[in-house]
Ligand binder design. Structure first.
Ligand code: ADP
Length: 595
């Protein structure tokens, strides 16, 4: 309970911060609106009594005091409806502000989280739950609290009125609603647990849906004729989530029937009572109508009140997911003593580095030590799964090692703010990004704060040889590339790779890491780029990963990784002379090409 109240408080703080003015208007309006129903039933009573008197005395129409009462009733109806319309606008406005605010918080959290989170399914489940709930749940809490306040006020007023008739009616009103509230609370818990359990299955269904409708899978889907197969997988996942939910809802509907029967019996009793009193002349027709409406309204308010209460309970369960996500801790943070890095003077030292992916039983990097001097070009080679990409990510401090260290000019990079440190690094990852934006902008993203990017973008494009292509596009560097938006031009994978390379070069960082930078380039372009490699990297300290040994021999030093450890290191000549792992890989590959 304490935890729930804490969650409510936190949620209300979010609502307040996102739109304090609108939140206040929302609450005031709701309180104001809770008085209308009482005014209406009271006016109704006066109206009916006046009409019955007029009808029995035969004064004829119009009777002015009756007309005035009718005007008052109409005005009250209008005010009630108008304030409801205005209130719904206020709620919309407020929830819009909150939505934008919550997305901002979610996105800020998502970009600051450790990369490792993105490689675990639990993270995506958490993110899916949080982004499903965050934009609207806090507002729901506020609205439910306000509805509760409004419902409670209206109910007290109506109950006060009914108490004039008989206190037992108030008691009956409350008693017949108790099973309903219990039911709602019980099922709110059930549905929450069910949905939590279902997140992985729902993600699976969403994934199959993407396979069937997405752009990337569309080619294989057709070629391998996989459509029907994935349609059946989607159906299975989808129905599995829905059928269980339906089961819960079905059971709830059955029990609700019983409570509805209870309520109908209560209405029966009250009607008998009121009819009896009216016939016996203890109530006027107007009073009869007033009490009937008041009882009906009382039932509605009590139901609304309990629904709000049950929704609040449900909110407290779901909002927990949002705060659970927001409270995920980043571990890749600057550790004291914090040092602000400056441009590299000496180089990078890797010392006894070890790293294990969570959930794995083996080390992806195991006791690796080497040095990279300023301005050196290092090639990382080794079979698939040797740990090359992992090592590159450790050098960027996308992960922190289990033990050992990466030192930048002698300082452990864990003592630096990762954002500051990464300013000195530029990377082309193996799975580099394709941005569905302008061609020039795709390059500019490498250094978004660059003040006068124009010429430098062209320069970076010229170095990788993609300038001619961009220049000939319909709108040159402003042409949208990709296939997501209208008027955009799709590029070949190799052309995208050149753009990614240009983006990395546009970032004027002293360290350049290239993970298979030429995997999609044609032989000619690849040769072109690697034969000018030194000119391209312009003295940057460079580490590149490559499968092709013809490119590797241009490096100052080659590090051969195998199963996470360094098998050999040295210049091409040294390694060939050693006739070890490198020699055998090199001769196998060059032999294959010579055949
Ligand atoms: P390489 O780049 O040399 O092909 P990687 O660095 O990608 O190798 O992978 C090294 C080892 O770590 C492999 O055994 C791979 O299966 C494992 N690995 C890579 N990424 C992950 C991950 N996100 N989670 C768990 N294991 C991983």
């Amino acid at each position: 309970m304490k935890e729930r109240i804490h969650l409510f408080r936190e949620s209300l703080k979010l609502v307040w911060r996102s739109a304090p003015g609108w939140a206040t208007v929302n609450v005031i309006l709701s309180v104001f609106r809770s008085f209308f129903p009482l005014v209406l039933v009271w006016l109704l009573k006066i109206l009916i009594d006046n009409i019955t008197t007029a009808a029995s005395s035969g004064t004829g129409f119009p009777v002015y005091n009756i007309v005035w009462i009718i005007v008052a009733v109409a005005a009250a109806y209008f005010m009630d409806d108008a304030s409801a319309d205005f209130s719904s606008y206020v709620r919309k406005k407020q929830s819009m502000n909150l939505e934008a605010y919550m997305y901002n918080i979610l996105h800020t959290k998502a970009i600051s989280l450790d990369l490792l989170n993105f490689e675990r399914p639990e993270y995506f489940d958490r993110l899916a739950r949080a982004s499903r709930e965050a934009p609207w749940r806090p507002n729901n809490i506020l609205n439910n609290l306000v509805s509760m306040l409004k419902g409670a006020l209206s109910l007290i007023l109506m109950a006060g009125l009914l108490a004039f008739l008989h206190w037992a009616i108030v008691l009956l009103l409350l008693a017949i609603n108790i099973p309903g509230i219990w039911l709602r609370l019980y099922y709110a818990g059930l549905i929450y647990n069910f949905q939590r359990k279902q997140t992985p299955e729902a993600r699976k269904a969403a994934y199959f849906n993407w396979l069937l409708t997405g752009d990337r899978p569309s080619r294989e889907m057709r070629l391998f004729g996989l459509g029907k197969y994935f349609i059946s997988l989607f159906r299975k996942s989808f129905l599995k989530t829905k059928e269980e939910e339906l089961n819960i809802v079905r059971k709830r509907a059955l029990i609700e029937l019983i409570t509805d029967f209870l309520k109908a019996s209560a209405v029966f009793l009250i009607l008998l009572f009121i009819a009896n009193r009216t016939i016996n002349g203890k109530l006027t027709i107007g009073e009869m109508a007033m009490y009937l409406v008041a009882f009906r309204q009382g039932m509605v308010y009590i139901k609304e009140l309990f629904i709000s209460l049950a929704s609040l309970y449900e909110d407290s369960l779901f909002i927990g997911d949002v705060f659970e996500f927001l409270s995920l801790k980043e571990r890749v943070v600057p550790m004291p003593p914090v040092t602000v890095p400056s441009v590299m003077e000496n180089g990078i030292t890797v010392e006894n580095l070890a790293f294990t992916y969570p959930g794995n039983t083996f080390r992806a990097i195991d006791n690796v030590s080497f040095e990279i001097h300023k301005g050196e070009i290092i090639a990382l080679v080794g079979p698939n799964g040797a740990g090359k990409s992992t090592l590159a990510k450790l050098l960027c401090r996308l992960y922190d090692p289990d033990s050992g260290s990466v030192r930048y000019d002698g300082v452990d990079i864990r003592n630096m703010d990762p954002e500051n440190y990464r300013k000195f690094i530029s990377v082309v990852f193996q799975d580099f990004m394709l941005y569905n934006l302008g061609a020039g902008e795709n390059i500019r993203l490498g250094s978004i704060d660059e003040e006068k990017p124009g010429e430098k973008i062209v320069e970076a494009a010229k170095i990788t040889g993609v300038h001619d292509l961009i220049k000939d596009l319909p709108e040159g560097y402003s042409t949208m590339i990709g296939n997501l938006f209208d008027n955009s031009r799709e590029l070949s994978w190799g052309e995208w790779q050149k753009i990614a390379l240009s983006r990395a070069l546009f970032r004027n960082a002293p360290i350049l890491i290239l993970d298979e930078p030429s995997s999609a380039l044609d032989a000619e372009t690849e040769f072109e780029i690697f034969s000018r490699f030194r000119e391209i990297v312009k003295g940057r300290t460079s580490i590149f990963i490559s499968h092709r040994f013809t490119n590797v021999n241009l490096a100052d030093r080659i590090i051969v990784l195998e199963k996470g450890t360094i098998a050999e290191a040295g210049t091409h000549k040294e390694l060939m002379g050693r006739k070890g792992k490198y020699f055998s890989m090199y001769t196998k590959q060059s032999g294959r090409f010579e055949k």
